[in-house]
Write a protein that binds this ligand. Structure first.
Ligand code: LR7
Ligand code: MN
Length: 584
């Protein structure tokens, strides 16, 4: 997932007893009201019906928390304490090979201890929370496809070493039809050493991560399931804080704060500035974003270490009551391989009576890869167009209302033509669970989306922007923003050549916007909170005009670079058509 951090994050991660009780009482009353208005699920009412709030709510005390480890040891070795491990020069070949095969330096991982120590990245006050002692039994589910085995097994190790043994019921590894040898016999043997605590199940064909996770949930036997990617390291006392909100209310899904593990050196480091809380949002092209927790939410909490509500999450790492997950249909089985499932689950949970909380005291490291090392294989074969966009379309067609669907199609105009398959079942589920409207969700949960990504004005033109003199098209050239815009031969397949000019003068491509002065035309992230721009199109002269000086976008004949020059009706280097064809 690509996340933007800055004020908004870009990427690709709570004293007095009396006050705690007041907080607890407040929650107690509001949540019981909420649960009455929700119907459709046949789950037994959980904790809040049986326990007094003393038992259900965590309390912050002056003595060390009840689940805090008492003596942590650090051994010496590569990557110890989460420090970067720089391999010797003579290993350059191994490094290059692992990086191209796995998108991460598996050779480095192989040298690092399974039980290496990592820095405790939590807020200090996290150590003083006391949690209910009888937290629900938990299955940790790790799905994988062709991952590096040492990274996978270190994930398992960290879970076993850093979870309370009586709470951790099992670790379930689900192999999504990997074909690497060391993920077969070696892994079977590895699993045996844990005497039944870890088991492995294998798909008989590639299913993609989404269906593989749903299968893992089916097969798990704990009360709560926690999903992790196969390249994680859980941090100190990560589990109880994730479980406590679910114990209090089974319809709460919880998400740890994700730290970064470097894909070259395996350095473990926080992604967020210390003490800053972020939450998951989205823009209208359904790219995942993170945003500083707005006051409307943070004002509800006395302590920065308390869980807070979030509209969505990155996808990979979260905890949920197993029965609840299955009751709400797990993931939509029509979603393919990778992407969009985080939104599907989030919209479903929120709109159908549940909630999502991010938990600052639970930290998990995740290796952000340089690129996706696997292909979608046969799973993508019968689908035209981008598989991920197809997933987004399924999700928005199920959960958005007409108004908000339009913003998605404005931002991703090609998506109208993609075949999303049948969503009858999903719509029936929404009916059956008596889910609330998307507007309710936007107004009560995801209100901060509008601050960064306002409602989109309509496109007047969209498609390839083709130059009359040369026949080439504007192209992002696969560059990261900010960068110059280039030109390339027109390919008609959207993506890097799909530009949109909206009613407010914004000329955009994906989540970027065209900015220009006289001799440079560049692509930069559209300014947050704005949807307008300086551009207009004169259909008579086929001019793309910049408002500031009335100059025209021109492909300079000599340099073949884009610039702004005074408009001249006879200059074919400044004549452009903006058009699209319906894909066949
Ligand atoms: O076909 C596949 N079958 C699989 O079992 C493809 C992948 N997988 C496994 C894979 O081995 C890994 O363990 O599924 C897991 C996730 O795949 P990644 O690591 O390639 O995904 P990612 O980390 O690039 O992407 C994020 O978005 C995905 C969208 O579908 C998933 O939700 C990932 O879990 C998610 N990762 C995170 O949220 C971690 C934090 C990243 C951020 C921000
Ligand atoms: Mn991942």
């Amino acid at each position: 997932t690509n996340v933007r951090r800055g004020r908004i994050i870009r990427m690709g991660a709570a004293c007095g007893i009396l006050l705690v009780l007041l907080y607890a009482l407040h929650k107690w009353s509001t949540e019981n009201v909420a649960s009455e208005s929700n119907s459709g699920l046949v789950l037994e009412p959980h904790a809040s019906q049986y326990k007094s709030h003393h038992d259900v709510y965590p309390t912050l005390k002056t003595e060390l928390g009840n689940f805090e480890p008492r003596n942590l040891v650090t051994v010496k070795g590569p990557g110890e304490e989460g420090k970067p491990y720089h391999m010797a020069q003579d290993r350059a070949n191994d490094i290059a090979e692992s990086e191209s095969e796995y998108g991460m330096n598996i050779a480095a991982s192989n040298d690092i201890a399974m039980n290496r120590s990592i820095p405790d990245t939590r807020l200090e006050e996290c150590k003083y929370w006391h949690y209910p002692v009888d937290l629900p039994s938990t299955s940790v589910i790790i799905v994988f496809h062709n991952e590096g085995s040492s990274v996978l097994t270190r994930t398992v190790h960290s879970v076993i070493d850093r979870s309370p043994p009586n709470v951790l019921h099992e670790v379930v590894l689900v192999d999504d039809f990997s074909d690497k040898d060391d993920l077969k016999g070696y892994l079977d043997n590895y699993v045996k050493r844990w005497n039944g605590k870890v088991r492995i199940i294998r798909n008989t064909q590639r299913e993609g991560l989404i269906r593989t996770r749903s299968r893992g949930a089916q097969e798990a036997t704990g009360e709560v399931i926690v999903f992790l990617d196969a390249h994680c390291e859980v941090n100190i006392n990560w589990l109880p804080p994730l479980l406590a909100p679910i114990y209090r209310d089974y319809r709460t899904m919880t998400v740890p704060v994700i730290d970064g593990v470097d894909h070259k050196t395996f350095e473990y480091r926080p992604v967020y500035q210390h003490g800053m809380n972020y939450r998951g949002i989205f823009e209208w092209g359904m790219l995942y974003k993170e945003n500083e927790v707005p006051d409307r939410e943070s004002n509800l909490h006395k302590h920065k270490s308390e869980p807070y509500k979030s509209p969505t999450h990155a996808g990979g790492l979260f905890a949920i009551n197993r029965k609840y997950f299955l009751e709400i249909g797990a993931y939509d089985p029509g979603l393919l391989v990778w992407g969009g499932e985080n939104f599907e689950l989030s919209f479903k949970i929120w709109q159908c009576g549940g909630s999502i909380e991010w938990v600052p005291c639970s930290r998990v490291g995740h290796v952000y890869r340089a690129f996706m090392p696997y292909s979608f294989g046969n799973l993508a074969k019968n689908r035209k167009g981008s598989l991920i966009t197809i997933n987004y379309k399924r999700v928005i067609e199920t959960w958005f209302d007409d108004e908000h669907k339009e913003y998605f199609y404005t931002r991703e105009p090609m998506a109208r033509y993609l075949d999303m398959g049948d969503i009858t079942e999903q719509l029936a589920l929404k009916e059956r669970l008596k889910c609330k409207s998307f507007n309710w969700y936007m107004e009560n949960v995801a209100y901060d989306v509008y601050d960064k990504f306002p409602k989109l004005p309509k496109n007047i033109y969209w498609g390839m922007v083709k130059n009359k003199a040369t026949g080439v098209c504007l192209d992002t050239m696969g560059k990261g923003a900010p960068a110059y815009i280039g030109t390339a031969s027109c390919h008609g397949s959207g993506n890097s050549q799909l530009f949109r000019l909206n009613e407010a003068g914004q000329l955009g491509v994906g989540e970027r916007c065209l900015e220009a002065d006289v001799d440079n035309v560049k692509q930069a992230f559209c300014r947050l909170g704005t949807v307008d721009g300086p551009w207009s199109y004169d259909a008579t002269h086929r001019h793309i005009i910049h408002r500031l000086h009335g100059y025209c976008l021109t492909l300079q004949p000599q340099s073949r670079q884009l610039g702004l020059v005074p408009c001249d009706p006879n200059n074919t280097y400044q004549q452009w058509t903006i058009s699209h064809e319906k894909p066949n």
